[in-house]
Design a protein around this ligand. Structure first.
Ligand SMILES: NC(=O)c1ccc[n+]([C@@H]2O[C@H](COP(=O)([O-])OP(=O)(O)OC[C@H]3O[C@@H](n4cnc5c(N)ncnc54)[C@H](O)[C@@H]3O)[C@@H](O)[C@H]2O)c1
Ligand SMILES: O=C(O)C(=O)C[C@H](O)[C@H](O)CO
Length: 256
């Protein structure tokens, strides 16, 4: 008999920021395991391309244009996914951004934008999706933290605050929703080659080589590195795993 531990057939996953970068890597992994995917993003051309890629993998996929900092848009997004794909079993809170400045130069509106995008969006999406995840009977939430959930950087005050907050929010929800058989976990990516970190490499002098030097795997991460962990945390294989924050970092967080 086929091993069903990692089988996502019949499941529906919502991936915020799923039209590129780490979100697309996770969406591709879950699609290959059989899940239908709702790609939640703002850039329609990128979302269309992502949906085509996912459909080529033999699953249903839809694009839902949504700004995850807008609470009524988030509510409408969840309703549309449930209507069009029939259910929600997996929510991946992945959308994120950074504004890289020293803390004393960061304006209040910049601080708020980062916290709203990286942390408050996870709260809003999780709260909106909770009834559907509970109805699923086997709900899974995957939140995306960072090395900045563990370490600090002079250019990442708001970003690190948001990513530290994601870990604590994950733990709270894991406790609250365990009785509903919803597992809530976080992934802490190391340094991954995406649009986000292309910006970081332009803005932070020497970053590329510093990351290479302290990553035991000897390379930057790729979006494909997130397919396996997404499938694990979305599937029955992780049914007794909740409240954790798992680094996917080529060893960066264990390097002295
Ligand atoms: N790349 C890395 O090294 C790295 C490391 C640690 C954590 N992360 C986290 O991984 C996640 C994905 O980042 P990435 O590196 O793939 O970068 P990315 O820029 O490719 O992806 C971020 C996605 O979030 C979307 N997004 C941002 N604000 C949004 C909003 N208001 N509404 C809807 N969508 C929005 C973007 O449009 C984009 O699609 C982020 O949470 C990021 O903080 C990335
Ligand atoms: O883009 C930045 O400024 C970041 O800090 C991105 C990530 O969080 C970083 O790769 C560490 O995980």
């Amino acid at each position: 008999m086929k091993n069903q531990l990692f089988d996502l057939s019949g499941k529906v996953a919502v991936v915020t920021g799923g039209n590129g970068g780490i979100g697309l890597g996770m969406a591709q992994g879950m699609a290959d395991a059989g899940a239908a995917i709702a790609v939640v993003g703002r850039n329609e051309a990128k979302s269309k391309a992502a949906v085509e890629d996912l459909r080529q993998r033999g699953v249903k996929a839809i694009a839902v244009a949504t700004d995850v900092t807008d609470s009524s848009a988030v509510t409408a997004m969840v309703e549309r996914v449930a209507n069009e794909l029939g259910r929600i079993d997996i929510l991946v809170n992945n959308a994120g951004m950074s504004i890289r400045k020293p803390p004393h130069e960061l304006e209040l509106d910049e601080w708020s934008k980062v916290i709203d995008t990286n942390l408050t969006s996870a709260f809003m999406c999780s709260k909106a999706a909770y009834p559907a995840l509970k109805a699923s009977g086997r709900g899974k939430i995957i939140n995306i933290g960072s090395m900045m959930s563990i370490f600090g950087a002079s250019f990442a005050a708001a970003y690190a605050a948001s990513k530290g907050g994601i870990v604590q929010y994950t733990r709270a929800c894991a406790n609250a929703w365990a009785p509903d058989n919803i597992q809530v976990n976080a992934i802490l990516p190391g340094w991954i080659d995406t649009d986000l970190t292309r910006g970081a490499r332009q803005q932070v002098s020497g970053l590329h080589d510093r990351v290479l030097a302290r990553t035991p795997a000897g390379r930057w991460g790729a979006i494909d590195d997130f397919a396996g962990i997404a499938v694990f945390l979305a599937s029955p294989a992780s049914d007794f795993v909740t409240g954790t924050a798992i680094p996917v970092d080529g060893g960066y967080s264990v390097m002295v």
